[in-house]
Write a protein that binds this ligand. Structure first.
Ligand SMILES: [Zn+2]
Length: 117
């Protein structure tokens, strides 16, 4: 007798994709910042290093802020990523986001058998 695992509220509300996009953006921003001091960029123009580094920083910061503010409860508006970072241990907040099934503030949960809002 097997019971199908309950999908997390994050994935059942289809907001897990925002975390994936933010992760890709954060990685891209760091990669751009890594490229900034490379010789082919630094020697191309006196300000190229600073411009490329600034673009990378902006991409990384915007991606992080997007994750913080775009993932939220459809019922009460609680920002789940911010809540998880503030209330869960540092090594558990991300895994909690992918496993929780009920909003910690309002108790909103996805009805069984429903995959979207
Ligand atoms: Zn809620």
């Amino acid at each position: 007798m097997s019971q199908e695992p309950t999908p997390s509220l994050l994935s059942s509300t289809r907001q897990d994709r925002f975390l994936r996009y933010a992760g890709v953006g954060l990685f891209a921003g760091v990669a751009i910042m890594y490229l900034a001091p490379q010789r082919f960029i630094a020697e191309s123009h006196p300000y190229a290093l600073f411009v490329v580094a600034a673009v990378g920083a902006v991409v990384a910061i915007v991606s992080a802020l997007a994750a913080l503010y775009s993932v939220r409860c459809p019922k009460c508006g609680l920002h789940w990523v911010r809540w998880a970072i503030g209330h869960r241990p540092a090594n558990e907040w991300l895994s909690w986001l992918y496993s929780f099934s009920e909003c910690p503030t309002c108790g909103h949960h996805q009805p069984r058998g429903s995959s979207a809002i």
